[in-house]
Ligand binder design. Structure first.
Ligand SMILES: Cc1cc2nc3c(=O)[nH]c(=O)nc-3n(C[C@H](O)[C@H](O)[C@H](O)COP(=O)(O)OP(=O)(O)OC[C@H]3O[C@@H](n4cnc5c(N)ncnc54)[C@H](O)[C@@H]3O)c2cc1C
Length: 231
């Protein structure tokens, strides 16, 4: 057995264990043929939502730290000022752009996660059996999207967090690059992004020729129209 040296998540050590190199190990199978792959897929689906949350949580933390740093770091004058003194970098339009991008993406991820969790609760507990099936179908369909999108975006947001810090962000002591290192594993484990895409396209969409996805898109369009009407 040996401990592995990882890029990030150092507080969560993993190791490689070898059994039966000299014989004597017994292998227990989780099923055979199609039954076995179904068991793997089922296991993956149970863990995929949790697999998406690290993307969201690390991104939120990266955003909080970048925002606080931008309030304190004084560098350069306001773009419109020729003679004024130095200002905190949060007043520079490009830094604001980065922070607002991080914030809006984190909020979109969180909203998506809440919708999914509410669907999961209703898939399990709704008194209407038809509604339970409807919610479960939506959860099954959107799980690969949640997992892949949140984890890929988590890496991007953590990287933008380093950018907001400038050079000091590349130095370990600030903690900004730790978020990037920690976020990097999330699109890999619990089913890589490529595997989530394959699950969505060749299993979920194919099973009903995209009918459920069309219904989800229609619901999103309706929500957008409703939101516009409120403003
Ligand atoms: C820190 C860490 C913790 C982990 N924890 C666990 C754990 O607790 N439990 C556990 O079971 N595993 C765990 N793993 C393993 C992890 O789930 C796998 O590394 C991951 O699923 C990718 O599999 P792989 O490494 O064999 O890569 P591969 O399957 O070799 O993938 C390599 C690349 O090929 C692509 N690819 C592979 N097959 C296809 C295909 N059919 N179509 C398209 N693209 C494809 C992948 O998307 C990827 O980009 C952990 C790994 C790490 C690094």
């Amino acid at each position: 057995m040996f401990l592995e040296h990882k890029l990030g998540i150092h507080a969560s050590p993993i190791c490689v264990m070898s059994f039966g190199d000299q014989g004597g190990a017994i292998r227990l199978s989780g099923g055979a043929g199609k039954q076995k792959s179904r068991a793997y897929v089922h296991d993956d689906e149970r863990s995929a939502p949790e697999g998406g949350y690290p993307g969201l949580t690390i991104a939120e933390r990266a955003y909080q730290q970048a925002r606080e740093y931008a309030k304190e770091r004084v560098q350069g004058r306001l773009a419109a000022s020729k003679s004024g003194g130095g200002v905190a970098i949060i007043h520079h339009p490009d830094v604001r752009r980065m922070l607002m991008t991080m914030k809006s993406q984190v909020e979109a991820m969180r909203a998506f996660a809440y919708v999914m969790v509410a669907d999961m609760d209703r898939a399990y507990r709704d008194p209407d059996a038809g509604e339970r099936i409807r919610r479960q179908t939506r959860v099954d369909l959107l799980i690969p999207v949640l997992k892949a999108w949140c984890t890929e975006l988590g890496v991007e947001i953590a990287s933008t967090g380093v950018q907001v810090h400038g050079g000091i962000g590349y130095i370990e002591e600030t903690g900004a690059c730790q978020f990037l290192r920690d976020a990097r594993i999330a699109p890999i484990y619990e089913g890589t992004t490529g595997i989530q895409v394959a699950d969505l396209v060749s299993r979920k969409l194919e099973s009903d020729q995209g009918a459920w996805m069309a219904a989800v898109v229609a619901e999103m369009r309706q929500a957008r129209v409703g939101a516009r009407a409120q403003h």
